[in-house]
Design a protein around this ligand. Structure first.
Ligand SMILES: [Zn+2]
Ligand SMILES: [Zn+2]
Length: 131
């Protein structure tokens, strides 16, 4: 992925100049940019804050991102989901800590929170390992 330094638009690696601004594209992976990954997605904002507080107390910085999710096709209430982001290097440890200490079960494939009784992830269909 490449990024235009002027308009911040992202382009595939096959592009070398921004067609809009006519400037050289930069690599979107800056040397010192943190490499963030989605640690998990939870439906409960309060819980997400608790999880973040817990991880930060363990020395793992993380960020929350609210995403609203439109249930299709029925115009029922929008669901609010919260994503937790951590540094890639911290993600495995953070996930372990959450599963151990916060009683959170996460899909190993997509990171969605799953119920303890689920055998298959409702979100991506991944077969869940016995915990
Ligand atoms: Zn541009
Ligand atoms: Zn999943």
């Amino acid at each position: 992925m490449r990024i235009c330094p002027k308009c911040d638009e992202e382009f595939p690696d096959t592009h070398s100049r921004c067609p809009v601004c006519d400037v050289e594209l930069a690599s979107s992976v800056a040397e010192d940019a943190p490499d963030l990954v989605v640690l998990c997605t939870v439906l409960d904002e309060a819980k997400a804050y608790i999880m973040r507080g817990f991880l930060e107390s363990e020395g793992i910085p993380c960020q929350l991102e609210n995403i609203s999710f439109h249930a299709e096709p029925a115009p029922v209430a929008d669901l609010m989901k919260v994503r937790l982001w951590t540094l890639r290097e911290d993600a495995a440890q953070a996930r372990e800590l959450l599963e151990e200490c916060e009683n959170v079960r996460l899909c190993s494939a997509c990171g969605e929170e799953v119920a303890a009784r689920d055998e298959v992830c409702l979100h991506c269909g991944e077969r869940l390992a016995e915990s």
